[in-house]
Each structure stands twice: as structure tokens, then as C-alpha cells.
Design a protein around this ligand. Structure first.
Ligand code: NI
Length: 162
């Protein structure tokens, strides 16, 4: 596995629509492994394939650091409620903004073995699913920010007590 270069806002690959994955190949398997490694290395909770320059409908999410989800060709089938909270993106480094998303989402996807499964999320997981799926259609959260884009607290500093 390898760390891939994360594309940043302004890179045109981030505004394109991604294509579905028709079958698992060694190349796509490597891509998924690299996406997970790249996400963890950057302390992110999610990463979409276009963020590493690949226009395929693949997303990885891990909100806890120990429970990774791979979503291939994901599709939201149910959503409800509303939550407004701070959001950031590895492709928009150092920034954050308030975004309103559904508070519950049910999503159908294929896993890394191309087996269908259902992922339900609330709170941060619901937010991450929406955020990452938006990437697959060429959208960044900055389009949805309420108010100003703010400077983010650097990762690791928000929990320091002294
Ligand atoms: Ni993002």
C-alpha cells in the first residue's frame, strides 16, 4: 500500500462526476488499500477516490479509527432528520464550515469483495456518508457552507487540556 497525493480545491478532478465500478480488479483493490492508508495518515474520517485523482465511485469512511467502511457504487436509499455542524475536508486543508445534513441515512453499496450491503449512519457517520458521496458527483462541502468558511483547529489540538 502507498500514501497517495490528496488533490486540493481548485483541482478540476474534484468537480467531475465519477464512474461506477463494474468489477473488482487488482488495480482497484490497490486503490482501496491506498485510500484507507492515505485517509488514516491524514487523520481524516473519510476519503473519496476523486480526492486521489481517480474518477471512480469509491469511498472509504472510518469515524472511529477502528471500523473502516468501503463503499463502492454507493447509493442513498433513505434519509431523515437534520443536523447542523462543523465540517472539513482533506481537499480543503485548514478550513472548516457549518453544514446542514440529514441526521440519519441509509445507504446501499458494494464492499471490497463487490458484495452488496446496507450501511446505516447517524450523527458523524451520516454526515461523512453525505460528504463523501457528494465528492463522487463533483461537489465539495464549501458549496453548502452556512456563513463563512473558518480556519480549522489543527488536528490533535482540539482535545488538548493543557
Ligand atoms: Ni471531503
Amino acid at each position: 500500500m502507498a500514501i497517495r497525493n490528496i488533490r486540493e480545491i481548485g483541482d478540476e478532478v474534484l468537480s467531475k462526476k465519477c464512474k461506477e465500478v463494474a468489477e473488482m480488479t487488482p488495480r482497484i483493490r490497490d486503490l482501496i488499500g491506498d485510500m484507507l492508508e492515505t485517509m488514516y495518515e491524514a487523520n481524516g474520517v473519510g476519503l473519496a477516490a476523486p480526492q486521489v485523482g481517480i474518477l471512480r465511485r469509491i469511498v472509504v469512511i472510518d469515524c472511529t479509527g477502528e471500523n473502516p467502511y468501503v463503499l463502492i457504487n454507493p447509493r442513498i436509499v433513505e434519509a431523515s432528520g437534520e443536523q447542523t455542524g462543523q465540517e472539513g475536508c482533506l481537499s480543503v486543508p485548514g478550513k472548516a464550515g457549518m453544514v446542514t445534513r440529514p441526521s440519519y441515512v441509509k445507504c446501499e453499496a458494494l464492499d471490497a469483495d463487490m458484495q452488496p450491503y446496507v450501511l446505516e449512519g447517524t450523527e458523524l457517520l451520516a454526515r461523512a456518508i453525505y460528504h463523501e458521496l457528494d465528492h463522487l458527483d463533483g461537489h465539495l462541502y464549501v458549496e453548502k457552507v452556512e456563513g463563512e468558511l473558518m480556519d480549522a483547529v489543527p488536528a490533535g489540538e482540539e482535545d488538548e487540556e493543557d
